[in-house]
Ligand binder design. Structure first.
Ligand code: PHE
Ligand code: ZN
Length: 849
């Protein structure tokens, strides 16, 4: 158990560890409740570190013996680690500890999942395996010997040697302990191979539980594409003889980039057309790429301390989004990323959990694997690239790899590389790393005698601990269209640095229509009261796909706000403009599907809040419902033709072209269901031969309340497939009406297949409730109470997943006084829980502050 009073750690207090570690030799003798870990580590004092006691992290370890240079020692042990007097010069540290992986329900350190041993060490899990300076700036080579009867025994690096009951691995690349991994079990592999551009042969494997062999082919192809892409785009080659990927069912996060041995949540790697949706395939491709790309951005160059997390995560998310843009449609990827950013990062940045991309203090680092560090961190890199241009960006990246290979680096190092490579002063740009909150950008325009002027103003609202904000560098991509709809000024990046700043365009014959923030060139809230006609004009004519989509989104938001606050009818002018885009069969079906999507209900709540209204979830539900109904009725004649166009006749492929068609088809089916009560959906459900079609039909049937038989059939068909069953659980909550959502959730927690200790299953039920906007916010608070009950229960087993899911409450201050009081009461109930984990404790106290 950790200390009851959690410590706050500050970036400003960084001090290097007093010793370097030359090498680590581990022997792990596996046993479910009595695994022995023998460590032999060579330490040498470093002259450039301040004097300090020799302290090794260690938690939940039973120390059996310790020795220095062969002589037994008796260290002083606390719940956090040990201290011990050590010689002045280099020495050999030896220790033997016992741990119980079968009892490890937190899924951090060495644990068991379905009889298989596996590890998760990022951020601070290695200290649950052995005593060690568990910090990312201590890097060492590892040799690992695994002893056990399991047929497959894996660790990082290259296989060194093996025999009956043992296997040895050696990783020649110095690495921090958080990249250590070990896997052992009865696993099957899907093999592959890759030849790097310099001719090195690499053995590839995806390791899975028996029975899952048929779900690996797609992941393997994605891995090879990622390897090729990183060579071509960033000039980065793989650096070991073997690359192993393992699928694990019980995993707190998506996946982990351990050196040469990536471990994946099985939901993020296993795929087949029958069991996975198009969205699953795309996500798997992106996550495989993400983890693979970490080999350079994260592993070869790692982080000095956990405050620098965005150094590896922001950059790697940026790289995986570039990869997806290249593999699929860049426009569709950009729009999807912005939808996700607004749905996940904006609420964080605008609520009590707001923190900078590089936080300055934390209690529990696990609570900072956030949308801000990851997604906003990636946006910051996108802005940097927009400002310096592609060529300079890749020049800077080359310098980064050359200068920092083998380092545990900082954001300062990263910025300096860009300054040195491009000759720019980036001191103001660096505020993106230290200032939390989403900047608001407003615009006014002026036109006289051929000169067009855009004047921008930026302000950032206060965030916890940061009352005053300074202006940030905003790359604002702008294009100008003339009144005929022709582009007269192509996309230009304006570099805004002041709180208020004007930019002029000369030689225009008529007042142009501006297309501002093309491609969402900076992660800001653009506050622009432009006339609906102008938005409709951009919807029809903008050459920038993102802004075309955005102008419709803006109109949709205005329409929904008017419907909620004034009881207005749906905006028919907008629906007409939207219809023209949807009808345009020269446009990518995936893009048209996104156009049909519209804002989510929590986005409408956010917009209402931004505009000074108190969002009423029930009124929002009603407005969304009547808007969808109006769309369905209005487009009654169009829908069958679109459905026909969306039909895929060739064999299933999860590529961009086919998925786009199916996305359009499912948007159409959802509207059709409002007209035919579910007839078309029933037909599609009965004939579907892939999960995308089957699931979208089932969603429609749930929505229409005609789901009993279909849910039963789906259950009977898929009860042995845990990943599909996660969808079965989630969908019946996600797609149902608000009155039923809490009851269904409660009922599903009683289902025999509700294994709540499995994070995927827990999220598929309680996470689905949290995401059902109106259902979660049920007026009497039963949604809040149900979630809180389960968070309290899960916290005792798995603090990390519990703490992450507390963010369901992060928007609580947006709502009416009654709902606020109900949510606050639940947060206080969680906070008051005796024995609450520090992880959840920190989250709840930040939420309440
Ligand atoms: N580093 C992992 C990634 O982004 C995420 C992760 C963090 C996984 C902590 C597990 C634990 O790829
Ligand atoms: Zn990552």
């Amino acid at each position: 158990m950790k200390d009851a009073s959690p410590q706050t750690i500050h970036l400003a207090d960084y001090t290097p560890f007093g010793w370097t570690v030359r090498d680590v030799h581990l022997t792990v003798k596996l046993s479910p409740r009595a695994t022995r870990v023998v460590a032999r580590i060579h330490f040498a004092p470093r002259g450039d570190a301040p004097a300090q006691d020799f302290f090794l992290h260690g938690e939940e370890l039973t120390l059996l013996r310790a020795a220095i240079d062969g002589a037994e020692v008796t260290p002083e042990i606390t719940p956090q680690g040990l201290t011990c007097p050590v010689p002045d010069g280099p020495f050999l540290w030896e220790s033997e500890v016992e741990i119980a992986p079968a009892d490890n329900t937190a899924l951090e350190g060495l644990y068991m999942s379905n009889g298989m041993y596996c590890t998760q060490c990022e951020a601070e899990g290695f200290r649950k395996i052995t005593y060690y300076p568990d910090r990312p700036d201590v890097m060492a080579t590892f040799t690992v010997r695994i002893e056990g009867d399991e047929p497959v025994k894996l660790s990082n690096g290259n296989p060194a040697d093996s025999g009956a009951g043992w296997a040895e691995w050696h990783d020649p690349w110095p690495k921090p302990a958080y990249l250590f991994a070990l896997v052992a079990g009865d696993l099957r592999n899907h093999p592959g191979s890759f030849t790097t551009k310099s001719g090195k042969e690499v053995e590839l494997n995806i390791w899975v539980r028996p029975g899952d062999e048929g779900k690996c082919a797609f992941g393997m192809e994605a891995l090879k594409k990622s390897m090729t892409w990183d060579e071509e785009v960033y000039g980065r080659e793989y650096d070991l003889d073997i690359f192993n990927v393992v699928a694990v069912d019980d995993f707190n996060m998506g996946a982990m980039e351990n050196k040469g041995l990536n471990i994946f949540n099985s939901s993020c790697v296993l795929a087949s057309p029958e069991t996975s949706t198009d969205a699953n395939f795309e996500r798997i491709e992106a996550i495989i790429a993400h983890e693979y790309f970490h080999n350079w951005t994260g592993n070869r160059i790692t982080c000095r301390d956990w405050f620098q997390l965005c150094l590896k995560e922001g950059l790697t998310v940026y790289r995986d989004s570039q990869f997806t843009s290249d593999m699929r449609s860049a426009e569709v990827k950009r729009i999807s990323d912005v939808i996700a950013l607004r749905a996940r990062q904006f609420p964080e940045d605008q609520g009590p959990l707001a923190h900078p991309v590089r936080p300055e203090s934390f209690q529990e680092i696990n609570n900072f694997y956030t949308a801000t560090v990851y997604e906003k961190g990636a946006e910051v890199i996108g802005m940097l690239k927009r400002l310096v241009g592609d060529e300079e960006y890749y020049k800077a990246l080359d310098l980064y790899f050359e200068r920092h290979d083998g380092d545990a680096a900082t954001i300062e190092d990263w910025i300096r590389v860009f300054e040195d490579a491009t000759g720019r002063d980036l001191s103001q740009f660096k505020r993106w790393y230290s200032q939390a909150g989403t900047p608001r950008l407003s615009v006014s325009e002026d036109f006289s005698e051929g000169t067009y002027t855009l004047t921008f103003r930026q302000t950032t609202p206060p965030t916890p601990g940061q009352p005053d904000k300074a202006p940030q560098v905003l790359p604002i991509a702008v294009g100008l269209l003339n009144p005929n709809g022709h582009e007269v000024v192509p996309t230009t990046v304006l570099e805004m640095t002041e709180a208020e700043q004007s930019f002029t365009f000369e030689g225009l014959s008529a007042k142009p229509v501006p297309s501002i923030l093309r491609g969402f060139s900076a992660p800001v809230v653009l506050e622009r009261d432009s006339a609906p006609e102008e938005r409709a004009f951009l919807l029809a004519h903008d050459t920038d796909a993102f802004n075309r989509w955005e102008s419709s989104r803006d109109l949709a938001r205005d329409c929904l706000v008017a419907m909620v606050t004034e009881g207005a009818a749906p905006d028919t002018a907008w629906l007409d403009g939207l219809e023209r885009v949807i009808r345009d069969d020269t446009l990518d079906p995936a893009f048209r599907a996104l156009m049909m999507g519209g804002p989510t209900q929590s986005e409408t709540a956010q917009v209402l809040h931004e505009r000074g209204h108190v969002p009423d979830p029930d009124a929002i539900w009603d407005a969304h419902e009547s808007l969808r109904q109006a769309m369905a009725e209005r487009w009654q004649d169009l829908l069958p033709a679109l459905a026909e166009e969306a039909r895929v006749t060739e064999a299933y492929r999860p590529d961009a072209a086919q998925s786009g068609k199916r996305a359009l088809g499912s948007a159409v089916l959802a509207l059709q269901t409002r007209l035919d009560g579910g007839k078309a959906a029933e037909a599609q459900f009965a004939s579907a031969d892939n999960m995308t079609l089957q699931l979208s039909a089932l969603a429609c049937l749930v929505q229409a309340g005609r789901d009993e038989a279909a849910l039963r059939a789906f259950h009977d068909q898929w009860q042995d497939d845990r990943l599909v069953m996660d969808k079965w659980f989630a969908l019946q909550i996600a797609a149902t009406t608000p009155d039923k959502a809490p009851e269904r959730t409660a009922a599903l927690t009683e289902h025999p297949a509700f294994d709540w200790t499995n994070p995927n299953r827990f999220r598929s039920v309680l996470g689905a409730l949290a995401m059902h906007h109106t259902g979660f916010h049920a007026k009497d608070g039963r949604g809040y109470k149900l979630l809180a009950d389960w968070l309290i229960k899960l916290d005792a087993k798995n603090p990390q997943t519990t703490a992450r899911m507390c963010s369901a409450f992060q928007t609580w201050k947006r709502y009416d006084a009654d709902r606020q009081a109900l949510m606050k009461a639940q947060l206080e109930r969680i906070a008051a829980r005796p024995g609450l984990s520090p992880d959840t404790g920190e989250m709840v106290s930040r939420l309440l502050s």
